[in-house]
Design a protein around this ligand. Structure first.
Ligand SMILES: NC(=O)c1ccc[n+]([C@@H]2O[C@H](COP(=O)([O-])OP(=O)(O)OC[C@H]3O[C@@H](n4cnc5c(N)ncnc54)[C@H](OP(=O)(O)O)[C@@H]3O)[C@@H](O)[C@H]2O)c1
Length: 332
């Protein structure tokens, strides 16, 4: 039986399940099978992005469920994102229409600007690089002009709600001051090691839903390194002794503790898994409660540690709108 998931109401009046299914780095047949399992388990909020190159597979599975009468379009809360390569007013409608076509739907429930810096419009692998391996940037990114184009998509009915991802506090404040339609959500990296209290506070004050990406700290990076016998400086949140002790206390897994923490903090986590057992496990977090002491211990793990390694995007910090200048890891 599918798990019944509590819902959250967004500032446009729409409802979303309080946990979603992440799909980054899941592709083709693997994702097709996994999404079947996720829908069977009860996930109804699905997170994708144009750059994940998996919208077509997601569209195919959703279409099948709708055609088979197992789902109605309105049962699904679908989130996708404007790529950095579309970060200009004319890019918004161009990429949103591509996403709608890929996903085989008439509208997106929540359309997010994937990130605040812009890339030149290009076809091909993300990110575009020059011969020295530096990322090629479009320095002319104008958030207010892009947001206006986002608002027009709500007017046109192509997006029910619009929002931001990876924007920092001052960037969000500027959008709030210069918008007709306020952002409904902010998707950011959020987990026990990176709790971003100030940013989350700003969102709460302005009725912006906070969506937690990488809620488990993307442990897959560690698993791959382990398999290859390589060392990694990727943080291991699942292996943290405090997380382990709380999991033992509640007879739950470390992942369930982190996801429950996320939900109790008022964040909407979107764990990614292609493993049938873990897909189910990650949803099974509504039958227990972390107590005050657990929550305080998890809160104390906040250390401003990111799991996203921006060194992959050499030179990205040179963009005037790069949001995390203080968070670029330096090589020792
Ligand atoms: N807006 C953005 O810029 C942005 C950035 C990053 C991510 N996201 C979104 O957020 C989603 C989640 O983030 P993420 O994929 O980076 O990281 P994550 O969800 O924190 O971690 C995913 C990894 O954890 C493993 N995993 C899943 N459940 C587990 C469990 N119960 N126990 C142990 N391991 C488990 C998965 O492996 P298996 O698949 O093998 O289970 C996968 O390797 C993405 O898929 C994407 O939709 C958005």
């Amino acid at each position: 039986m599918a798990t019944k998931i509590p819902t959250i109401t967004l500032n446009n009046g729409a409802k979303t399940p309080s946990i979603g299914y992440g799909t980054c780095q899941a592709l083709d047949e693997e994702l097709e099978k996994a999404l079947e399992k996720a829908l069977e388990a009860g996930y109804r909020h699905i997170d994708t992005a144009y750059v994940y190159q998996n919208e077509k597979v997601i569209g195919k599975v959703l279409k099948r469920w709708i055609n088979d009468g197992k789902l109605k379009r309105e049962d699904i809360f679908l989130v996708t994102k404007l790529p950095h390569a579309g970060n200009r007013p004319e890019g918004v409608v161009k990429y949103l229409k591509r996403s709608l076509e890929n996903l085989q739907v008439e509208y997106i429930d929540l359309y997010l600007i994937h990130g605040p810096y812009g890339l030149p419009d290009f076809e091909g692998d993300f990110p575009p690089k020059d011969s020295n391996g530096n990322i090629i940037l479009d320095m002319s990114t104008d958030h207010i002009a892009i947001w206006k184009a986002m608002e027009e998509q709500v007017d046109a009915g192509l997006a029910k709600a619009i929002g931001l991802s990876n924007f920092n506090k001052s960037q969000i404040e500027r959008i709030l001051k210069n918008s007709r339609i306020k952002p409904s959500a902010l998707q950011i990296e959020l987990h026990a090691f990176l709790q971003q209290n100030e940013l989350v506070g700003l969102c709460k004050e302005n009725n912006i839903l906070v969506i937690a990406h990488s809620p488990l700290g993307n442990p897959g990076v560690n698993k791959i390194a382990e398999k290859l016998g390589q060392k990694t400086d990727h943080p291991d949140i699942l292996g943290n002794p405090t997380v382990k002790a709380i999991a033992k206390k509640h007879s739950k897994t470390e992942a369930q503790v982190l996801l429950r923490f996320s939900v109790q903090q008022g964040w909407l986590p979107i764990p990614k898994s292609v493993n049938p057992e873990r897909i189910k496990q990650n949803l099974d977090i509504f039958g227990f409660q972390l107590d005050k002491q657990d929550v305080n211990e998890l809160k104390s793990l906040d250390a401003d540690i990111t799991v996203l390694d921006y060194r992959r995007f050499k030179g990205v910090e040179n963009h005037p709108e790069f949001p995390f200048k203080d968070r670029i890891k330096t090589k020792n």
